[in-house]
Ligand binder design. Structure first.
Ligand SMILES: C[S@@+](CC[C@H](N)C(=O)[O-])C[C@H]1O[C@@H](n2cnc3c(N)ncnc32)[C@H](O)[C@@H]1O
Length: 275
């Protein structure tokens, strides 16, 4: 069963309003696939009936389930590896010198999905910058639109399949406990991160400036206007000398002219252009 065109348009609009995610017409298959489990949960005969129920009930939690079902949460540990090399070799060494007096370091994973990105940063800092343990205040903040992802990230519980995606065996042994068929990030590392829900396209809560904003693999889902707004707001959240990291398929060109590349080997990280 394929979602009927006018029901697809209803979902398209709902998802746009609540997340700014653009569901183009060729994404109808996504609605079919992602709302099928919801149809089973609701006892609906098919996806069209799910849409009809959402429409008639006007239940915000049901609407949220539809929107969340249509987010793409693809992620992995140390995703694309090179950005993490840039963090290790250029970004964090520079920030540690720059913040030597305040001894404060703040990192925001702004579309943190199930947490792999932020935990990768936490493990990197723990492994390569042990000096941070001596009196530094390190704040690692992860946020995502999808409440189920926020919950999963906070729990730090991953399947064997998930830990096999990019996590070096040495890190698995050092930073995880085996829990039945799963692996759980050790409490000591979980204590260093926090996760909450933020819709990047909605109002953001007041936040102190960040030294690094990871805004990776999320702008691709938005239209130009929202991409521009989100990126420029992220830039305003930067501490002086701070860095923005985007996904490998993403660029600030044409979106936010004050952001310029600060190239490192094989990857690009971005800084605000000096006045
Ligand atoms: C493909 S994942 C990227 C995860 C991670 N940053 C990475 O690069 O591996 C995209 C994430 O963006 C989140 N997302 C989509 N729209 C969002 C919005 N409007 N506000 C906040 N997060 C959003 C999704 O829920 C999803 O977890």
């Amino acid at each position: 069963m394929t979602v009927a065109p006018e029901r697809f348009q209803y979902v398209q609009q709902l998802v746009m309003e609540r997340s700014a995610i653009v569901l183009s017409a060729e994404k109808a298959y996504l609605v079919d696939a992602r709302l099928a489990p919801l149809a089973r949960d609701l006892g609906a005969s098919d996806v069209n009936e799910v849409v009809d129920q959402v429409r008639s009930r006007k239940d915000p939690s049901l609407e949220q389930r539809v929107v969340e079902a249509l987010t793409t949460n693809e992620t992995s540990w140390f995703r694309d590896s090179r950005p993490f090399q840039a963090l290790e070799r250029q970004v964090f060494p520079e920030l540690l010198r720059q913040n030597a007096t305040t001894r404060r370091l703040r990192v925001w994973s702004a579309a943190s999905s199930a947490g792999q990105e932020l935990y990768s940063v936490a493990m990197l800092l723990e492994d390569k910058f042990p000096q941070l343990r001596a009196g530094w205040k390190v704040e690692l903040v992860g946020t995502d639109l999808n409440t189920e992802m926020v919950q999963r990230a906070s729990e730090g519980l991953y399947s064997t399949l998930e830990v096999n995606r990019g996590l070096p065996a040495s890190m698995l042994v050092r930073f995880f406990d085996k829990q039945g068929a799963h692996w759980r990030v050790k409490q000591s590392l979980r204590d260093r991160v926090s996760f909450s829900r933020i819709n990047l396209a909605g109002p953001w809560p007041p936040m102190a400036p960040f030294d690094v904003v990871l805004l990776r693999n999320v702008l691709i889902y938005f239209d130009m206007k929202v991409k521009t707004e989100v990126l420029c707001r992220a830039v305003k959240q930067l501490a002086p000398g701070g860095y923005v990291l985007l996904g490998t398929a993403e660029s600030p060109n044409g979106l936010c002219p004050q952001l310029v590349p600060a190239t490192t080997e094989g990857t690009v990280v971005y800084k605000v252009r000096r006045a």
